[in-house]
Design a protein around this ligand. Sequence first.
Ligand SMILES: [Zn+2]
Length: 268
Amino acid sequence: MTPPGWHPAFARKHCKERFLDHLFFLETDHCRLCGRSAPRRSAVGSPHRFGMHLLLRVCPFCLQDITKISLDPALRHLPLPPLVAAGRGSRRGFHVKPLGVLGAMPYQGPLVAMIRAWKYDGAIELTDWFGMALVTVALGASGGALAPDWIVPVPTSPDRLSKRGYDQAYLLAAVLAREISAPVLPALIKENRHGGFTESQTSKSQSERMQALEGQIELARAGAEVAGKRVLLVDDVVTTGSTMAACASALYQAGAADVMGAAVAYVP
Ligand SMILES: [Zn+2]
């Protein structure tokens, strides 16, 4: 059975690779972060204060870099558009408060290679490490009283899921769920992009990005469950915050009482 957040083809490939790892006890492989030769299946010691063991093949050079990464949380407030199509007529045009988005670490230095390996290169082993970083920061910011009713991952489009093999935001949400005992709710879905809308959005203005995203992010069937609830919205990296804002907007439209965003990394 495919675990939630995984694409079946990726899960099969991952399983087969782990099996081959056990069969053929090769001495070296390549570092997952820089590509240099590295001891195979070296469980590198705790690189962080979370006491986690990072089961990732990394070379001594990258390991040295990783140990320098430390938490440096930042909280941003993103303005949200007024609610235009709320379920109840009385909430039409209602101004919701700005979305607070907490980021655990600045997206710079060795963290960039780690996040890339995690998002694009199948280094699924990093999910726990990132998840624990986020839990530590979120608990710190809330004074240890982090108690959302739902944890909602920022959605990935079906195209992207089949290309990458897994939904890293969902897996991240699952780590948070385990640590703070709150359930994950895939309340949102993201449509595939169709023509005329490219990966590069840097030239678009904030409002253009927001508009384009709003059309892509929709409420899933499970989304009705957010009505009247406190939601923690989680993602890997927050860049301009447009995606988070579009998601929060959709959750408020569905009647969520309060939405808070949290991401592993933020662009400083
Ligand atoms: Zn390396």
